[in-house]
Design a protein around this ligand. Structure first.
Ligand SMILES: NC(=O)C1=CN([C@@H]2O[C@H](COP(=O)(O)OP(=O)(O)OC[C@H]3O[C@@H](n4cnc5c(N)ncnc54)[C@H](O)[C@@H]3O)[C@@H](O)[C@H]2O)C=CC1
Ligand SMILES: O=P(O)(O)OC[C@H]1O[C@](O)(CO)[C@@H](O)[C@@H]1O
Length: 381
């Protein structure tokens, strides 16, 4: 079996590429980082240091790499059985055209075997979004063939993989936590569903997507922004600050009540899931900086992302949400000159004020009770 994986970064090498290669899938990475591609295609292997409840160093082999802009990638798409991505939600629109070019050539070459595409991004139904973008670049004839032959499979991806420590002399080596969960929507595949150890299939994907987004990502982002407010640098420092820990746990319980109401999760089991995730945040072997978890605050303040989506759930079910409101308010206090979205958010905030900025990026109404509550909390921080 062959796979093309877009994005040879933290998750690409540390999780998705490793799961596929370990399942004897021949993986070709596609990336725009030329030195990374050159090294991967030269070495054709790399190390993954697994740290946490168990520690080990695995070697991933039988991988190669091509530049995402090269014609060689199009040829790979003509022949491949699977495409996966881990490039970042904002990059999916860029790779859609490349995928469409590959599909066009594939159909013209008479390859009518099924092909599945799985975007492994922190984005609700990211693959469905990618499908819409790809279809825009296909002729009506090829779009019809794609509907029949190409599966666009949504997924939930959970493994904490910080950027490899700069001190590490091996630029290909990546350090990952031992926990991992990759769940895909069984009903969206074309042809047979591949059996890949480490890739779970479900016909209830949204429950898993929202459980992960509302628990790991919501807890993580509030840890990052409350931690940044107190001058912490790493997630571990922030979550080990008892005051922050309590607020983060309360926020995760509040978003958890949305999941319990929506999917009927068992409360005790969900609280145990929350505790496990909080312990993952303080993994002593991982250096995970606030800057990574808090990156791109505009994306994370979006209506369908880890802060606003759970809040909207509390409004839907009439649930307590003050800790979530504080996390959202803290997002507007996040200052990082190296993060273009943080810079844009602060500029909009200075020019238009909190409630107009909140409305602009999150879709919440500027004069709503909830916006006024967030503004009052923001002013108290
Ligand atoms: N790092 C983590 O702990 C986790 C990350 N994710 C998600 O995985 C995705 C990737 O995140 P990371 O691996 O952390 O980021 P990363 O920045 O380490 O990797 C992204 C890779 O995509 C490459 N890229 C950028 N533009 C490209 C293009 N046009 N074509 C091909 N490659 C391109 C970059 O050069 C980089 O190597 C994001 O959606 C993230 O939310 C999901 C779960 C965990
Ligand atoms: O990758 P993003 O969406 O920018 O945000 C980082 C978040 O994603 C993860 O990397 C995986 O969900 C978490 O570790 C962290 O909460």
């Amino acid at each position: 079996m062959k796979a093309v994986h877009f994005g040879a970064g933290n998750i690409g090498r540390g999780f998705i590429g490793k799961v596929l290669a370990d399942a004897n899938v021949a993986v070709t990475f596609a990336d725009v980082n030329a030195p990374l591609i050159d090294q991967l295609s030269h070495e054709q292997s790399y190390k993954v240091k697994v740290v946490g409840s168990h520690c080990q160093v695995d070697t991933v082999t039988h991988v190669t790499a091509v530049n995402s802009a090269s014609p060689a990638l199009i040829e790979q798409i003509v022949k491949t059985d699977l495409i996966t991505t881990a490039v970042g939600p904002n990059v999916l629109d860029l790779i859609a055209q490349t995928i469409a070019q590959g599909l066009t050539k594939r159909f013209e070459a008479g390859n009518l075997t099924p092909l599945n595409v799985i975007a492994c991004e922190n984005m609700v139904r990211g693959t469905s979004h990618l499908k819409a973008e790809v279809m825009n670049y296909l002729s009506s004839e090829h779009a019809e063939q794609a509907e029949q032959l190409i599966g666009f499979v949504d997924s939930a991806v959970d493994r904490i993989v910080p950027p490899s420590a700069a001190a590490n002399e091996d630029p290909l080596e990546v350090t990952v936590e031992s926990f991992s969960e990759w769940i895909v929507d069984k009903g969206q595949f074309k042809g047979s569903v591949p059996k890949i150890q480490g890739m779970e299939t479900t016909d209830n994907l949204m429950a898993f997507v929202e459980r992960k987004l509302f628990t790991l990502n919501t807890g993580h982002i509030i840890t990052a922004y409350l931690g940044s407010l107190k001058g912490h640098v790493t997630i571990k420092e922030a979550i080990e600050d008892e005051d922050i820990r309590q607020q983060v746990r309360t926020a995760m319980q509040q978003s958890g009540e949305v999941l319990i109401n929506r999917y009927g999760f068992d409360r005790d089991m969900h609280h145990a899931y929350i505790d496990k995730i909080i312990s993952r945040f303080s993994n002593p072997y991982l250096r995970d900086e606030i800057e990574r978890v808090g990156r791109q605050p505009i994306r994370k303040l979006g209506a369908n992302d880890r802060l606003i989506k759970p809040l909207l759930g509390t409004l839907e079910y009439g649930l307590e949400n003050r800790a979530l409101l504080k996390g959202i308010a803290a997002a507007f206090k996040y200052v990082n000159e190296n993060d273009p979205q943080a810079v844009e958010l602060q500029a909009h905030l200075q020019q238009h004020g909190l409630r107009a900025t909140l409305a602009h990026y999150s879709g919440l109404s500027e004069n709503s009770v909830i916006a006024i509550k967030i503004e009052n909390i923001y002013n108290s921080l």
